[in-house]
Design a protein around this ligand. Structure first.
Ligand code: FAD
Ligand code: PYC
Length: 417
């Protein structure tokens, strides 16, 4: 009998995977596109869709190194909300939430957006003060929100433990009724199908490995599958790989790439009809329509590009869940995975121009970009179509890290950093 070492089995599996990727049937790429989008996650696909639909720019390619939606878009816990503290972020995320509300109709694809409400729990007096400030700011911006006390939380989530005997007693929460969850894959597929129907080329299994530069002007991208493809403008929407692509352009971004993990339980009968998040205990949970408890963690503290995380974080997250819902201690867990998120110093995205002419970046969404998918694509399409940065995106320019006009959203990020 032939014997295989673990290493040779791994190599065999890897080359099988690479051959499968290579055999992926793409449309024949053109020699020149008006716009190339690098990254076929939700944000890249949404950008291509709005470019074609709103701006009538259809000579576009989306270039994806793996498969569409296989990055953070397909790995996240799908929480959608717009309850950010500062005006700039609140307006951008609310723009996105409004687009979510009509997205299934817009794309003629059921993205399963479910406005079941989002609770952000408070466990200390200071948490409650922060919650009151944030909810007041939200309401001034026309965003729905309420401050609940512990009994108000219990009314919405009967199974939660609000007894004061807990290590992190629940004092109350912010409640955004219009928040909720969506089906992550469906968002990628919905935008991809709609963009494809408008003539956008979707090139999968094709990595961008460099930029074609003439002085400080970008002329196209170098790919590992088709060589150089020329473009008028290039928009990079590659989340945790943004630092690598900035390197191809010869500049740096204030971004760290960190693993962020999540897991699901076995499907159980309906028990939780909203989203519960707690920054203090470092976890968040909702229940999918299939019945799984969808549970997420804070970021792993080390940096890296591996799409997996470390054990201690997951143990810590499960301890947090049991703190909130002691009855979950007996639910078997099914699968665990990780994505690579791109965190910035102010927990806000970077959208717009770069030091290289014709090269634009949309990144830095970190742990919270799924909810922004429609809004991000919508404003980035504006940037790429007209070279004018729309008002909603202006505060998120790269130069804020030089001017000091940071928008600190760590408090509303909802995930421990
Ligand atoms: P991605 O979906 O990662 O797409 C980027 C694509 O670029 C990838 O498909 C990648 O393969 C491709 N790419 C990279 N380099 C290259 C290259 N050189 N050439 C070609 N293609 C390339 N956000 C929320 O709002 N709510 C949540 O509940 C939430 N939970 C999360 C839970 C986890 C575990 C994780 C990991 C993230 C979570 N997020 C959440 C964050 C959210 O998933 C991301 O911010 C969002 O999905 C980013 O979308 P994207 O399209 O920019 O990135
Ligand atoms: O930004 O709401 C969020 C979020 C939840 C889980 C990960 N990110």
């Amino acid at each position: 009998m032939q014997r295989f070492s673990a290493f040779s089995l791994f190599r065999h599996a890897l080359s099988h995977h690479q051959n499968w990727q290579r055999s992926w049937r793409n449309p024949e790429p053109k020699k020149h596109y008006d716009v190339i989008i690098v990254g076929g996650g939700g944000h890249g696909l949404a950008t291509a869709y709005y470019l074609a639909k709103v701006h009538n720019v259809t000579n576009i390619a989306v270039i994806e190194k793996g498969y569409l939606g296989g990055g953070n878009t397909g790995r996240n816990t799908t929480i959608v909300r717009s309850n950010y503290l500062w005006d700039e972020a609140a307006h951008l995320y609310e723009h996105s939430l409004k687009l979510w509300e009509t997205l299934s109709t817009e794309l003629n694809y059921n993205v399963m957006f479910s406005q079941r409400g989002v609770l952000n729990l408070g466990h200390t007096l200071q948490d409650m003060r922060d919650i009151e400030r944030r909810v007041s700011a939200n309401r001034l911006n026309g965003i729905d929100g309420e401050v609940l006390d512990a009994s108000g939380v219990k009314k919405i989530v009967p199974h939660i433990d609000i007894t004061s005997a807990r290590r992190y007693p629940i004092l109350g929460a912010s409640w955004q009724p219009r928040g909720g969850v969506a089906r992550h894959d469906a968002v990628a597929w919905g935008y991809a199908r709609a963009a494809d129907a408008l003539g956008v080329d979707l090139l999968q299994a094709c990595a961008v490995t460099g930029f074609e530069l003439e002085g400080d002007q970008l002329r196209g991208v170098v790919t590992d599958r088709y060589g150089v493809i020329h473009a008028g403008r290039v928009g990079c929407v590659v989340a945790g790989n943004s630092g690598v692509l900035a390197g191809y352009g010869g500049f740096e971004l204030p971004i760290e790439s960190h693993p962020l993990q999540a897991l699901v339980s076995e499907p159980i009968k309906p028990i939780l009809n909203t989203v519960v998040m707690s920054n203090q205990v470092h976890g968040y949970v909702s229940q999918s329509d299939k019945g799984d408890l969808v549970i997420g963690a804070g970021i792993d503290s080390y940096t890296g590009y591996g799409q997996r995380g470390s054990m201690p974080v997951i143990e810590h997250t499960l301890a947090a869940m049991i703190e909130l819902f002691p009855m979950f201690s007996r639910v078997p867990m099914n699968r665990q995975w990780g994505g690579i998120v791109d965190t910035t110093p102010d927990a806000c995205p970077i959208i717009g121009k770069t030091p290289v002419e014709n090269l634009y970046f949309n990144c830095g969404w970190g742990t919270g970009g799924f909810k922004a998918t429609p809004g991000s694509g919508h404003v980035f399409a504006d940037c790429l179509a007209s070279d004018e940065i729309p008002a909603l995106a202006k505060p998120f320019a790269l130069d804020r890290f030089y001017s000091g006009a940071l928008i600190d959203e760590h408090g509303a990020a909802g995930v421990a950093h």
